[in-house]
Design a binder for this molecule. Structure first.
Ligand code: EPZ
Length: 427
């Protein structure tokens, strides 16, 4: 059992940190390589658990994948299966992104109900509904979903909600369908723009990603390509909060500030100074506590749900009372209970958390809920808290952050990975 120990909190973090490539851009791009039997070279692919799971799925399908550092070579010429192993589906929800490309490649797919974070039910009904509109048919039995559609046909599809994964799955299913597909009320996340750019570099013809209408002109044949994924805007936001909550000064390298506009606006509203210079972003907290804020999560370009837990930790130390409303996921407040064990004053009422700022937090033994951003939020709180904090169940953090502990150590945090015996974990 591994844990993260912050030996001594309340230390301002100072220095610079390079932001890794985006997990949520890399995952759909890795799925896209199934569409066309070819070789692909990807750069800036982060080394983390979710990427390892995606690699395992590709290999289970017959693909060859090798990752050396942040470079990845994928060969899908010998793919020989359209069935995703159940134990891999359960480990990561993003495996569902193989549905569109497997239908596009083989005209069939077999998946089980996906796993991943535990933030709400997170069904896949919209993915299925979208692919059905392209002509696929599905049958569910014993928890497995089998889909088939020998030749998908383009269609105008209106999403009930700008779902990121649904938008990506339809793009992947439509790229080699007959005719044109239009996705209306599409999600607008930067990771979708990166997927469009990757697919177009394969010879696809897609326009409109980043807006709420995406047009895909189906192509018979695509080709292999090379691509560098965009920086991870959520990791960047997490380090901005690390600088703010420890009252330090951190320079982020390899960021695209426009991908963080809503987060930057809230950091500034909280009273912190931010300097943008090209692909760097510097936060200078000037040693102050944050102002209280009213934050509501929304689809991009609104405030990202993936930054909600980190801001709950920050606002626990604000001057005054803040309100955080989670509009995307039904059950993404489990970290509140663990923060309260550290002295935070938080009341969760439905989708809203009312956070009464306190002058300080106190180190404690806390468990990361099964959601990767919640775990990161507890680490941030531990960096700001008085005394020692130990966060256990950190495999969720390792799903989404590359070398988080190493990067924080470089910024001066007294933090390390520890090994706990089972009985220690149970206290
Ligand atoms: C993506 O998840 C991200 N994951 C999530 O990041 C992120 O929180 C989320 O988008 C919202 O921005 C990846 O990109 C791999 P959705 P996704 O489809 O695609 C409901 C992280 O921390 N829904 O936009 O699953 C769903 O239950 C992760 O890296 C349906 O009801 O998000 C949720 O309430 C966490 N039916 C809402 O829509 C469906 O068929 C938003 O989901 C699909 C989704």
């Amino acid at each position: 059992m591994q844990g993260i120990k912050i030996r001594q909190g309340e230390k301002p973090l100072r220095g610079q940190v390079k932001i890794s490539g985006s997990k949520n851009a890399a995952l759909p791009i890795m799925a896209a390589t199934v569409l066309e039997p070819a070789e692909y070279i990807l750069s800036d692919i982060p080394v983390l658990r979710d990427i390892k799971v995606m690699k395992a799925v590709l290999e289970a399908l017959g693909g060859k994948v090798e990752q050396k550092g942040n470079s990845m070579r994928i060969d899908t010429r010998d793919l020989n299966s359209a069935e995703i192993p159940d134990f891999l589906m359960r480990r990561m929800r993003a495996s569902i992104l193989f549905m569109g490309p497997l239908l596009g490649r083989f005209g069939k797919v077999k998946v089980s109900q996906p796993g991943g974070c535990s933030i709400g039910p997170r069904p896949i009904d919209w993915h299925v509904k979208g692919l059905k509109q392209l002509g696929a048919r599905f049958q569910e039995s014993h928890g497995f979903l089998t889909g088939w559609g020998s030749s998908l046909k383009g269609k105008e599809i209106h999403l009930d909600f700008p779902s990121v994964g649904t938008t990506e799955n339809i793009m992947l299913g439509a790229a080699k369908a007959r005719g044109n597909t239009i996705i209306r009320n599409a999600a607008r996340e930067p990771e979708i723009v990166d997927l469009q750019n990757f697919l177009n570099s394969m010879g696809a013809e897609i326009i409109g990603a980043g807006t709420d209408m995406i047009k895909i002109t189906g192509k018979k044949e695509l080709s292999g390509t090379e691509h560098t994924v965009i920086p991870d805007r959520i990791e960047a936001g997490t380090f901005l909060v690390a600088g703010a909550i420890t009252r330090g000064e951190i320079k982020l390298l390899n960021v695209i500030p426009e991908h963080l506009e809503s987060v930057i606006a809230k950091i500034k509203e909280a009273g912190f100074e931010l300097t943008e210079e090209g692909d760097t972003l510097t936060i200078n907290s000037a040693g102050t506590a944050p102002n209280s804020l009213d934050i509501k999560t929304h689809p991009y370009p609104g405030f990202p749900t993936d930054m909600q837990p980190q801001f709950m930790a920050l606002l626990s130390l604000a001057r005054g009372t803040s309100v955080l409303t989670e509009n995307i996921f039904e059950n993404r407040m489990k970290h509140a209970e663990e923060l309260k064990r550290m002295g935070a004053k938080i009341r969760v009422e439905g989708r809203a958390a009312i956070i009464e700022g306190v002058p300080r937090l106190y180190g404690a033994f806390v468990e990361s809920p099964p959601a990767l951003r919640a775990g990161a939020a507890l680490v941030l709180a531990g960096l700001a808290a008085e005394g020692e904090t130990c966060v256990v169940d950190i495999e969720h953090i390792e799903r989404g952050y590359e070398n988080l502990v190493g990067k924080l150590q470089q910024l001066g945090a007294e933090i390390e990975i520890i090994h706990l015996e089972e009985e220690e974990k149970n206290g």
